[in-house]
Design a protein. Structure first.
Length: 146
């Protein structure tokens, strides 16, 4: 598997976060490098979720050649597609910021006397290199459950 970066100017639309294709039987993720770093990291982790969860790909398994999937920002999905997108989002969140590690981080912040939730979210974003909205979700889910 490989990850490559593009400005996506070769596509007809500018709202593509990434696309995946299969080259020589292996998945290749092409990420929009104009997105901010935290978005690119989440996009890559999200696409890995699709590769492992929905394609059942393993490193020694070859796939059919060609374009497999395009991820649009604010895409419109069927119910089944939306379910797969949510599963890939959960995979990405756990991949980038494992729940047990986030719990440890929040406990450490509390022990250090950092009680302000905004500061805790900022620290989570920095520590796990995620966006502020994702840090909010991590904080909220770990404080109040899913």
């Amino acid at each position: 598997m490989s990850v490559k970066y593009s400005d996506m100017i070769h596509l007809e639309t500018s709202n593509v976060s990434c696309y995946m294709r299969v080259i020589n039987g292996k998945p290749e993720i092409i990420v929009n490098f104009t997105d901010i770093e935290t978005r690119r990291r989440f996009t890559i982790a999200h696409e890995l979720g699709h590769v492992f969860l929905h394609w059942s790909w393993l490193p020694d398994k070859y796939l059919s050649e060609g374009l497999v999937e395009v991820s649009y920002r604010n895409g419109k999905y069927t119910e089944e597609e939306l379910k797969r997108e949510r599963e890939a989002d959960k995979f990405a969140a756990e991949f980038l910021a494992p729940k047990k590690e986030v719990e440890r981080s929040l406990k450490k912040y509390m022990e250090e006397g950092i009680l302000d939730k905004e500061i805790q979210m900022k620290l989570l974003a920095e520590e796990y290199k995620v966006s502020n909205p994702m840090a909010y979700r991590l904080w909220y889910e770990n404080r109040f459950g899913d």
